[in-house]
Design a protein around this ligand. Structure first.
Ligand code: PLP
Ligand code: NAG
Length: 414
């Protein structure tokens, strides 16, 4: 490398030699890293944690396709396909429906940055980590954040929500449909209607539940719904899905202040995604290859059909729950009606360190499961059955692994 530079300075004429000399006076301080000389190595692992999930062969094939430009007509067609796919999986007719160039968090930020203005009252259901994150982002915006904190495992009744609406008169309520840190499925029937009676918009996180448990955006009166690509959809992380009702759209378009993020400004994104009848103009380069993959994962879901996917997850989860209980383990969420089918939380078996169990299963079976997160840390083990891997065969595999881990991992005498 260094020799080659010196030779070049001799071979070039006097003018470029001067430039080459200056270049040579700045020698490379950082050599090419040894690590990058080795071929890329990625293990083939069964991902049964809370996400990401394994990719289907169809999604992987999409990820290996050649680049096109982000403004080519074929790309606009792919984006239109994605919009229709999102409208299907969300069960919405909202024109303001698009994919965000970023993981689930960026969809949450897109929702909050655009819908909330400084000083708005923001009511948050915080029964796990996601509500705490929403509250954190709300505070950064300068909203008046009111958290309804509950221990992990809890959910919100209509009555509790109504009390919050009466007390805090929020412009926006945040609820998590699939609380993946605690394993709770938040009921959603009636919540939208209730919010609207109090002039409040309803924002729902369905990152962990979409495709695995029923959700009907329009019929349930959800104003802003978002989800991610790397859970039930079996696509790579890095894109997320979002849709805004007319009510939410009106609040955004009536803002007095501009959203603090340019990248996530929904007005710009609406144009980029062809949600309005105007020519699309450059805003940012979309993650083209990730969008191919997202399209294919939505196409897979459309082919299978939502109802069939919901049934698959419900049945696989019921089988998992039965086998866990047969091992003598306790499900963390007591009420079967609010157990999240996609991600099951197991109460940490007494005397064990969750990290030992998770590592044992990784090291001996090449299967990923997870411990708790945020408020559920140390309290649970989490097993995800997401999309194509929500099968009885995988339940058998993870149960076998768990059984052996419980025999072999150290256990403190109680
Ligand atoms: C995974 C998850 C997220 C976060 O998504 P990222 O893609 O990691 O940003 C948000 N909400 C829920 C419920 C999740 O399970
Ligand atoms: C998990 O899903 C991936 C993608 O569909 C598949 O290739 C793999 O075989 C599945 N694993 C098992 C054990 O079912």
């Amino acid at each position: 490398m260094f020799r080659a530079l010196a030779v070049a300075s001799v071979a070039l004429g006097p003018r470029s030699a001067g430039r080459a000399r200056t270049m040579a006076s700045h020698q490379l301080l950082v050599p090419p890293p040894e690590a990058l000389r080795k071929p890329l190595s990625v293990p083939n692992r069964l991902l049964l944690g809370p996400g990401p999930s394994n990719l289907t062969p169809r999604v992987m094939a999409a990820g290996g396709l050649q680049m096109i430009g982000h403004t080519h007509k074929e790309m606009f067609q792919i984006m239109d396909d994605i919009k229709q796919g999102i409208q299907y999986v969300f069960q919405t007719k909202n024109p303001l429906t698009l994919a965000i160039s970023g993981s689930g968090h960026s969809a949450l930020e897109a929702a909050l940055f655009n819908v909330l203005e400084p000083g708005d009252s923001f009511l948050v259901g915080a029964n796990g980590i996601w509500g705490l994150r929403a509250a954190d982002i709300g505070e950064r915006i300068g909203a008046h954040v009111h958290t309804m904190v509950k221990g992990p495992g809890g959910h919100y009744t209509l009555q509790e929500v109504e009390e919050g609406l009466v007390q805090h008169k929020p412009a926006l309520l945040f609820l998590t449909h699939g609380e993946s840190s605690s394993g709770v499925l938040q009921p959603l029937n009636g919540y939208g209607e209730l919010c609207h009676r109090y002039k409040c918009l309803l924002l729902v996180d369905s990152v962990a539940s979409l495709g695995g448990a029923p959700i009907y955006m329009d019929q349930q009166g959800i104003d802003i719904l978002y989800s991610g690509s790397q859970k039930v959809l079996n696509a790579p992380p890095g894109t997320s899905l979002i849709s805004f009702s007319d009510k939410a759209r009106n609040k955004i378009y009536a803002r007095k202040t501009r959203p603090c993020s340019f990248y996530l400004d929904v007005k710009c994104l609406a144009n980029l995604w062809g949600c309005e009848d105007k020519p699309r103009i450059y805003h940012h380069t979309t993650p083209i290859v990730s969008l191919y993959s997202l399209r294919e994962s939505l196409a897979t879901m459309a082919e299978q059909g939502l109802e069939s996917s919901w049934r698959q997850h419900r049945e696989a989860a019921a089988y998992l729950h039965g086998r866990l209980q047969a091992l003598g383990l306790q499900l963390f969420v007591k009420d079967p009606a609010v157990r999240l089918p996609t991600i099951t939380t197991v109460a940490m078996p007494a005397g064990y360190n969750g990290k030992d169990i998770v590592s044992y299963i990784m090291d001996h079976f090449d299967i990923e499961i997870a411990g708790g997160l945020g408020p559920s840390a140390g309290k649970v083990l989490r097993i995800g059955l997401l999309g194509c891997n929500a099968t009885w065969e995988n339940v058998d595999r993870v149960i076998e692994a768990l059984k052996e881990a419980l025999q072999r991992c150290p256990r403190n005498k109680l």
